[in-house]
Write a protein that binds this ligand. Structure first.
Ligand code: AMP
Ligand code: MG
Length: 523
């Protein structure tokens, strides 16, 4: 298999001199050379054909024996030296020391149309960073990562991509609920792709070890390859770099809040320096709009990573990155100004985003309140976020407000319609009346507004139970649903009447089901 490979990461950054695949602290290096583990009986489940083409991998290559061997660890691409990256991280608010790619192995970079992409196998075996774990991944978490990262891309959310999903043919032991009941599951590997997999923790680990020489080398490398608009390498430029990471992070979080994505484990080792959604673990999608919701059972007590806290946590994580970059900048005040500005910017961008979801383009001083009241209403009784916003486009600026029917367009969004009475009903009626009056101020026609709203409020997202259904089928070697969901989620804003059944509230059976509303970090 011929690909246009490139090796800047390994050429320009210091390597771990120890070539043994033993678990250890790796000092003075950004990565360790390591080879993927051979797999017993690999089998391809799915490939992202469009994406593959866009990075120079033809359909013919995708279906070749060689491709399957490469993406399941049984063959190396010519002249490549796979490696695992060293990073640390703050996990649930505490410094965790060295983490690193414990089960992800970077195969190589490839260049296509002047763009560079790193190919990485997740679940490809032990590395020096595996700590006490096995370096493997199971089918269920791999399906979740494969489908969701692609769905996010098509939703317009910055994310790492996925090229392929394959079974390894090996069995992997997992204790899903961490309750002393381990069982064997099917092993799988996702080939992930991104311009870079560098994380906040990649810089934090170097500063924590006072290795400022490697820190500077890594930051300079990052700027050269990923922030080329920054010309020099002085303190002001490092500040500009930090500002750029803040902007990208902010943009990503606004998108998450827009589509109702909850990452679930926003540790600093899971924060991409490029502002990409990365490391799909116990993530989830809002069904009922709820700021307090988290899919992660490991976080169920403090709910640190709940939906409504994602903006705060991103800021906290950026503060950790600021601390990591401090030795190069040595200006705490300048860093603080940027962090403070993040809050202001967030508020501003969030309002803009919510106005767009409501189809509002003109200015009205009461819009902030309109949005605040809407969010309060959405919490009154369980209300499906996706269905609600998609349905909102049915209101017309010329509606003669008929109170009796005013709730009809959004009725489908309520999980417990019987609760929409009395005070709750009144509050919705009031809000909708205000909203329809506000629409009358808009310069655009209903058709124009609907079309804009439908481009921002997705019709289809990867509801938690949908991924679970695909997993249960795949476990029985039926992969049709993986393909169906993949196809559906390539066009999340289109009507797709043939897929209407996925535009529905979460079924009751999925409310408390493991894998649907409750996910552990076990993967
Ligand atoms: P995560 O919570 O999945 O982001 O993982 C945190 C750290 O644990 C990262 O350094 C991962 O590479 C590592 N890790 C997670 N699962 C495994 C595994 N099965 N084997 C080795 N390392 C793992
Ligand atoms: Mg991670």
């Amino acid at each position: 298999m011929e690909l246009n490979t490139s090796h800047t990461f390994t050429k320009q950054l210091p390597a771990d001199k120890n070539l043994n695949n033993t678990r250890r602290q790796v000092l003075g290096a950004c990565y360790s050379y390591v080879q993927p583990k051979k797999t017993a009986n690999p089998k391809l489940i799915h490939t992202a054909k469009h994406f593959a083409n866009s990075i120079g991998i033809s359909e013919k290559m995708l279906t070749s024996e060689d491709f399957l061997k490469v993406i399941t660890g049984n063959q190396l691409l010519q002249n490549t030296t796979p490696y695992a990256m060293c990073y640390g991280g703050h996990q649930f608010g505490n410094w965790a020391g060295q983490l690193g790619d414990g089960r992800a192995i970077n195969l190589t970079d490839i260049i296509h149309d002047n763009k560079k992409w790193t190919l990485q196998l997740k679940g490809a075996g032990e590395t020096p960073y595996s700590r006490s774990a096995d370096g493997l991944a199971v089918l269920r978490s791999s399906i979740r990562e494969y489908l969701c990262s692609e769905a996010m891309h098509y939703l317009g959310v910055p994310t790492t991509r996925a090229l392929s999903l394959a079974l390894t043919g090996d069995q992997v032991l997992r204790d899903v609920l961490y309750n002393g009941n381990p069982a064997y599951e099917k092993g799988a590997i996702v080939c992930r792709v991104a311009p870079s997999f560098l994380r906040f923790g990649s810089y934090e680990i170097l500063t924590a070890r006072k290795d400022y020489t490697t820190l500077k080398t890594l930051v300079d490398y990052t700027i050269t390859h990923h922030f080329p608009e920054i010309a020099n390498r002085n303190k002001a430029d490092y500040l500009t770099f930090f500002q750029a990471v803040c902007n990208k992070t902010l943009n990503m979080i606004i998108h998450w809040q827009r589509v109702g994505f909850v990452h679930g484990v926003m540790n600093t080792d899971n924060m991409s320096v490029l502002g990409l959604t990365i490391d799909y673990g116990p993530y989830g999608w809002l069904e009922g709009f709820d700021y307090d919701w988290t899919p992660n059972t490991t976080d169920s007590e403090h709910k640190r990573y709940r939906f409504g806290n994602q903006p705060n946590i991103s800021l906290w994580n950026l503060l950790q990155l600021a601390n990591a970059l401090y030795p190069l900048i040595e200006d705490a005040e300048a860093l603080e100004i940027i962090l403070n500005e993040y809050n202001t910017q967030f508020h501003h961008k969030y309002q803009q985003m919510m106005k767009a979801k409501l189809g509002l383009t003109s200015y009205n001083e009461n819009d902030t309140e309109l949005i605040k009241n809407l969010e309060a209403n959405l919490h009154l009784s369980e209300t499906d976020m996706t269905i609600f916003f998609r349905s909102l486009a049915s209101y017309s600026k010329n509606d003669n407000i008929n109170l009796k029917a005013i709730l009809n367009p959004i009725k489908e969004a309520f999980y417990k319609p019987e609760e929409i009475t009395g005070e709750i009903k009144k509050r919705w009626e009031t809000w909708l009346q205000t909203y329809i009056n506000r629409l009358a101020e808009e310069p655009y026609t209903d058709t124009e507004r609907t079309s804009a709203m439908n481009g921002i409020n997705p019709k289809y997202v990867l509801r938690n139970y949908m991924a679970q259904l695909a997993i249960e089928a795949a476990d029985k070697e039926e992969y049709q649903l993986v393909d169906e969901l993949y196809t559906l989620l390539q066009k999340p804003y289109e009507e797709q009447p043939e897929h209407q059944k996925w535009f529905a509230k979460r079924p009751e059976w999925a409310r408390h089901k493991i894998g649907c509303s409750m996910l552990s970090c076990s993967s």
